[in-house]
Design a binder for this molecule. Structure first.
Ligand SMILES: Cc1cc2nc3c(=O)[nH]c(=O)nc-3n(C[C@H](O)[C@H](O)[C@H](O)COP(=O)(O)OP(=O)(O)OC[C@H]3O[C@@H](n4cnc5c(N)ncnc54)[C@H](O)[C@@H]3O)c2cc1C
Length: 387
């Protein structure tokens, strides 16, 4: 079986690796360099906390487990850190939300514990306890993060070296060619035709594009990250303070994200290291990490978060089009290794996974949502926070 995959970010590289491992002849085609667009500008927090409804929570928990299971194939995974997350909320409303979320996560079997201030001070002495005040602190020991571009590079390397996949960076797909309602090939911008038995569209925020087959309804929105220069910190766990997210990013650099900054971004608008968005990131972070006094951001990144219209993952076969699959999602860093495995099982081994059934693209194209596997998703907000 020949499988052509459009996109080499977290999602495309995972599908490519798992399809190749399952025995398919895989070609990965990316308009840019390998490793993705959103994936290269992602906070990349691995988590399932606060995700709802239960089917979406469960999908994210499977994603976290699949990251650990990759150790069977790769041994030590240099892209993966599991150093836990800390979270506190400074408003009454936020703390009430947090109590409810802790109870829900415990009920669903997620690792979560309340953490005393003395223990926090031992674990992370760089965090300014006065910035926390009386706010209760939660610790999620199973959470962590990934370096997404390294992840993609390693999985694509293994797909090529161990399983014979072909990698085609800097090759834009302009059309999916069909015959009798069956996807048969992709056409590239320079006119090349790449034949395949199955085509998977993992093009991230561009999943709504017109490739001659139906695009997905997407409402992708911009997100921004700030990066400090190396600073003398021993911070190990990431922390989440109201809508602020901070984590180490290697060599003493810190990565900063703030949801309210994202809300003010216009699609395509440039951000800079000395703009007001950068200042908002630094000002909020300095309250918790005084060691950032006088530090400026060294880099900023901004891109679209791939977001299917209802906010949930969209993965599976496209109805009415044999041999054509889609995989578009937010929280794709958390979900990717599981989505890759599930789609490979379905495509190559003909083994459907129940966990992805609610997330089929059918919900956007068939008028049966209320009775379908996706009914649980209707009217629910998928996630609280950045991921
Ligand atoms: C600021 C921010 C913070 C985030 N935080 C988190 C988080 O904490 N945790 C989490 O799990 N997720 C997070 N996400 C979401 C996560 O990053 C994405 O869900 C994930 O990276 C999507 O991966 P992808 O492979 O689908 O897309 P991408 O990485 O965008 O890859 C798609 C690829 O398709 C290629 N492509 C597109 N069109 C074509 C074409 N026509 N021909 C050939 N190639 C094409 C592109 O060049 C690109 O390389 C965040 C995202 C952002 C932006």
């Amino acid at each position: 079986m020949r499988v052509a995959i459009i996109g080499s970010g977290m999602v495309g590289s995972s599908i490519a690796y798992e399809c190749a491992k399952a025995g398919a002849g895989v070609t990965v085609i990316d308009a840019g360099r390998l490793g993705g667009v959103a994936s290269a500008a992602s906070f990349a927090w691995l988590n399932a906390t606060s995700k709802a409804p239960k089917s979406y929570y469960a999908l994210n928990a499977l994603g976290m487990r699949a990251h650990l299971e990759l150790r069977r194939d790769f041994g030590d995974c240099p892209w993966h850190r599991q150093t836990g997350s800390l979270e506190w909320r400074t408003t009454d409303e936020g703390q009430a939300w947090q109590r409810g979320n802790v109870a829900q996560m415990r009920d669903w079997g997620y690792g979560v514990e309340w953490l005393g201030k003395a223990r926090l001070a031992q674990m992370e002495p760089d965090i300014h306890l006065a910035a926390i005040g009386d706010a209760p602190v939660v610790y999620y020991p199973e959470e962590g993060w990934v370096d997404p571009v390294l992840y993609a590079a390693w999985l694509l390397r293994a797909a090529r070296e161990r399983h014979g996949a072909e990698l085609r960076p800097h090759t834009e797909v302009t059309q999916v060619l069909t015959r009798n309602n069956r996807a048969v090939a992709v056409l590239t911008a320079d006119g090349e035709r790449i034949e395949a038995d199955v085509i998977v569209n993992a093009s991230g925020a561009r999943s709504d594009g017109d490739l001659g087959v139906p695009g997905l309804p997407m409402t992708s929105t911009p997100g921004m990250l700030g990066f400090t220069p190396p600073v003398p910190t021993t911070l190990r766990s990431q922390f989440h303070l109201d809508d602020l997210d901070v984590r180490p990013d290697g060599a003493g650099r810190l990565m900063i994200h703030k949801a309210s900054v994202d809300t003010g971004l216009l699609p395509g608008a440039a951000v800079s290291t000395d703009g007001r968005e950068a200042e908002a990131l630094l000002e909020a972070t300095r309250k918790a990490l005084p060691l950032l006094q006088g530090v400026r951001l060294e880099a900023v990144r901004s891109t679209l978060r791939p977001m299917p219209r209802d906010g949930f993952t969209c993965i599976g076969a496209m109805t009415h089009m044999t041999g054509y699959y889609v995989a578009a999602t937010h929280s794709g860093v958390t979900l990717a290794p599981y989505l890759g495995r599930a789609l490979a099982d379905e495509i190559v081994r003909d083994l459907p996974h129940d966990a992805i059934a609610p997330f089929s693209p059918d919900r956007f194209f068939l008028e049966q949502t209320a009775t379908s596997a996706s009914a649980e998703l209707v009217g629910v907000k998928p996630v609280e926070g950045p991921a």
